[in-house]
Design a protein around this ligand. Structure first.
Ligand SMILES: Nc1ncnc2c1ncn2[C@@H]1O[C@H](COP(=O)(O)OP(=O)(O)OP(=O)(O)O)[C@@H](O)[C@H]1O
Length: 548
């Protein structure tokens, strides 16, 4: 044990450095707290001690470690301490007082001091037969005053045979400095542990999602291969059921859904699972080309069919032989081409521009649209007969907002995809980011979600996780607190805060106007009577001269 005479300060400092080194190496938070307490007891020659840690709500101090015969094995276990019983600061309980005020409390004899309620200590002493005399209560705060908890040290006894002594005042600064160091180490430790937990949690979530997905796929894919299509929602399950029913046939299907809901993906899935799977899958967007060009793209032409036709060109219908032609945005197909397409569907043959003969084709035709085709029919923009031909098997794809439960799995899927593409090792996404995404309107559906995740992966740390600031247009909802607000917010109510602010402003103006009430009232835009009333209320009268 160390006694702090002036000449022994150097020795004590050396001891402090040793202790600091040993606690810096400790990774387990509880063991670390235990080491901190051992060290503090050594520094102060305290017979016993304990550490309380503040919980996340900042409301309760929880006993974490206790040392010394009558605390450690006590028949009365240490209880958690409420910092604000009945919403009022608990200034009676010494540990609560130290935590709330940030002050060290140093008491030479608990039995002759009446400033705090020591009933618990007296009760424990009665049961243990040990008398608590001196105690030092140290708030565990870091350099910025952020509180971790409180350390209590009991009964300074410099030698085993000696009496209990008060803790010397000059020890306070020393213990406080030690506490700050210890808190920083503990806080870093806690953050590290939290980070590790978070990563483990993310890994677990990923694994769960992966397992769920695999299970789902194996259930679905008794026959159906739905790789690359994420969708555990009931709405998507229905879609998979439908696909399974038609996949075996060569039936035409009309896939309807908003932009970005995955129409092309579903079409490719039908193709992959159908009898034409070994043939080509050829997609063509009917809205992407003007009429003539679309016609020659789809139907092809013979040499000399028109002025620029210098050689034969096979159309996509012919090129899709033995496979699937996917006509996206079919609602935008011009009426003339609709008539020609109907013929292909009915006759199963195609006649290129300028050809005399038709060519038989064995293809599957799938079509998709985001438009309301019956409405288009009623407006004369779409052929009814073609609609019925295509609509043999309608598949309605739900918007992403109708199946938000799929968002986490989709997000993870895209994270993996883009992490690979951009050579990053992103390990997951924070739950609150998923919450944020799930609350977005997402009119662009899965394509929009995919873009959001691609951007987030690019912005995230090389081996980090996706955080809120990686989302587009993210603004922190934490409004920064000014130092003045911080200071004033110690007051209990808004009225109290406003009062203190008003008093400060008036005092400052009074000072500026050398106590002259009339000029101060003018400057503040209030009547002199009102100013006088406020001066009384805030006890500022002596700062002003009434006769001016
Ligand atoms: N269920 C899904 N699982 C994984 N990725 C999906 C899913 N649905 C769509 N995607 C992806 O979202 C993007 C948009 O999908 P797709 O092009 O199939 O939508 P679309 O409905 O055909 O869009 P548009 O109407 O604009 O043509 C693609 O990158 C696709 O791979």
């Amino acid at each position: 044990m160390i006694d702090y005479g002036i000449e022994e300060s150097l020795l004590a400092l050396e001891e402090l450095v040793k202790i600091n080194l040993s606690i810096t190496r400790e990774k387990n938070l509880n063991l670390l707290l235990d080491k901190i307490l051992t060290a503090a007891r050594k520094l102060t020659a305290a017979e016993a001690g304990c550490i309380y840690i503040l919980d996340r709500t900042k409301r309760y101090l929880h006993p974490e470690v206790a040392q010394g015969e009558y605390l450690h094995n006590s028949v009365v276990p240490l209880q958690k301490i409420d910092l604000k019983p009945d919403r009022r600061p608990n200034m009676e309980e010494v540990a609560a007082y130290a935590a709330l005020s940030g002050q060290i409390v140093n008491i030479s004899d608990a039995y002759s001091y009446s400033g705090f309620n020591f009933d618990d200590i007296y009760h424990r002493d009665r049961l243990s037969g040990i008398r608590t005399r001196s105690l030092m209560v140290v708030p565990l705060t870091d350099y910025e005053g952020v509180s971790l908890g409180v350390m209590q040290l009991f009964n300074r006894r410099v030698s085993d045979a000696g009496d209990v002594e008060p803790f010397p005042d000059k020890l306070e600064g020393f213990v406080k400095a030690f506490a700050v160091q210890a808190v920083v180490v503990a806080e870093n430790n806690r953050l590290l542990a939290e980070n590790r937990n978070l990563i483990v949690q993310l890994d677990e979530t990923n694994q769960v999602l992966q397992i769920e997905n695999e299970e789902l796929r194996s259930r679905m894919s008794g026959k159906l291969k739905v790789d690359e299509i994420i969708g555990q929602s009931a709405a998507m399950q229905q879609v998979f059921n439908l696909i399974e029913k038609i996949a075996d046939s060569t039936a035409t299907a009309l896939i309807q859904g908003e932009t970005g809901t995955g129409k092309e993906l579903i079409a490719a899935c039908i193709h992959r699972n159908g009898p034409h799977r070994d043939g080509p899958f050829i997609p063509q967007n009917c809205a992407a080309l003007p009429e003539e060009l679309l016609e020659s793209e789809l139907f092809g032409y013979r040499k000399g069919a028109f002025s620029g036709a210098t050689q034969h060109k096979k159309g996509l219908i012919e090129a899709a032989e033995g496979g699937t032609l996917f006509l996206d945005e079919i609602g935008d197909m011009p009426l003339k081409l609709q008539a020609k397409l109907l013929r292909v569907l009915q006759e199963r043959e195609v006649r290129p521009l300028g050809a005399l003969e038709s060519i038989p084709v064995n293809i599957r035709i799938l079509a998709a649209t985001h438009q309301d085709l019956p409405k288009l029919i009623s407006e004369g923009g779409f052929r009814e007969d073609l609609f019925y031909r295509l609509n043999v098997f309608p598949i309605e794809l739900p918007a992403l907002r109708e199946r938000r439960e799929d968002i986490p799995a989709l997000a993870h899927y895209f994270i993996v995809q883009f992490s690979g593409q951009y050579n990053k090792a992103i390990s997951g996404i924070k739950p609150q980011v998923l919450d944020l995404i799930q609350s977005l309107p997402l009119p662009g559906n899965i394509r929009e979600l995919r873009n959001i995740i691609e951007r987030a992966v690019l912005l995230a740390e090389q081996d980090g996780v996706i955080e809120p600031q990686h989302l587009p247009g993210y603004e922190s909802t934490d409004i920064p607190v000014t130092p003045l607000e911080q200071e004033l917010e110690g007051s209990a109510s808004l009225k109290d805060i406003m009062g203190r602010l008003e008093a400060r402003v008036i005092a400052r103006h009074l000072q500026r106007h050398k106590g002259n009430q009339t000029r101060t009232a003018d400057a503040l835009g209030v009547s002199r009577r009102s100013l006088v009333e406020k001066l009384g209320r805030y006890n500022l009268r002596e700062n002003s001269c009434e006769l001016n």
